[in-house]
Design a protein around this ligand. Structure first.
Ligand SMILES: [Zn+2]
Length: 230
């Protein structure tokens, strides 16, 4: 704790002084362009790995970077997503998983969670991930299986994200883009899900294509209308 208190003093003397003007602007209004959803794991620092400044990222964190489907028990997550999209007008949502994720390890080994009932219940929102791994990746080594689990979970949670009405409504018109990322703790490398290749590729090689059905963006209503959706 003493380390934290010393850290606050150092922040006030150093960084706050450096960014004083920015903080005074941010005190009046925030206009983050990105909702960044990631794991609570202490080894990930979203602002550090994206070189972001205060005010750039609206961040939601929990064990396993999970997005409960709309209407289920995750009211806190639902409210955070709704606020970011409908009130703040973020343009991009990133779900970022990471290597060596303890939550994903627990998902693969629920027998280790007997004394952690709240964690076990929370990971119910990743049950589809567990089933995908069980059915399609059973021949992998434990380490490979964990990596596959982290990757598949990002895709499962992206699907859950689509169930949130404010997200769904904006995906149709391309007003918002959603992205699946992986952060590798040991190398600092970030990978992005590339829809065209159906796999994660280094972020620098990713096209950043929105994960939306582009045909839908241009679709005219079937019942006589000719204007594309706006
Ligand atoms: Zn994690």
């Amino acid at each position: 704790m003493e380390k934290l208190v010393r850290g606050v003093k150092a922040f006030q003397d150093e960084e706050f002084t450096e960014y004083r003007g920015l903080f005074q602007q941010l005190a009046l209004v925030q206009t983050p362009e990105t909702l960044f959803i990631t794991c609570s794991d202490s080894r990930i620092d979203p602002s550090l790995i994206t070189h972001s400044k205060p005010g750039d990222l609206f961040i939601m964190r929990n064990a396993g970077n999970i997005v409960p489907p709309y209407g289920t028990s995750g009211e806190g997550e639902g409210a955070t997503i709704e606020y970011a999209v409908a009130a703040l007008g973020v343009k991009d949502i990133v779900i970022c998983g990471h290597s060596r994720c303890g939550a994903m390890g627990g998902l693969l080994h629920p027998e280790h969670l007997k004394s952690l009932p709240a964690v076990r219940a929370w990971l119910g929102h990743a049950e589809s991930t567990r089933r995908i791994i069980q059915k399609h990746y059973s021949d992998l080594t434990p380490e490979q299986m964990l990596t596959a689990c982290v990757e598949e979970n990002v895709l499962v949670q992206l699907n859950h994200l689509r169930t949130h009405p404010e997200v769904a409504a904006r995906l149709v018109t391309g007003e918002i883009r959603i992205h699946g990322w992986l952060y590798e703790i040991e190398s600092g490398e970030v990978y992005a899900y590339e829809p065209k290749e159906a796999q994660f590729v280094p972020l620098a090689d990713a096209t950043l294509d929105p994960l939306v059905d582009r045909a839908r963006q241009r679709r005219a209503p079937r019942h006589g209308g000719t204007e594309p959706l706006k």
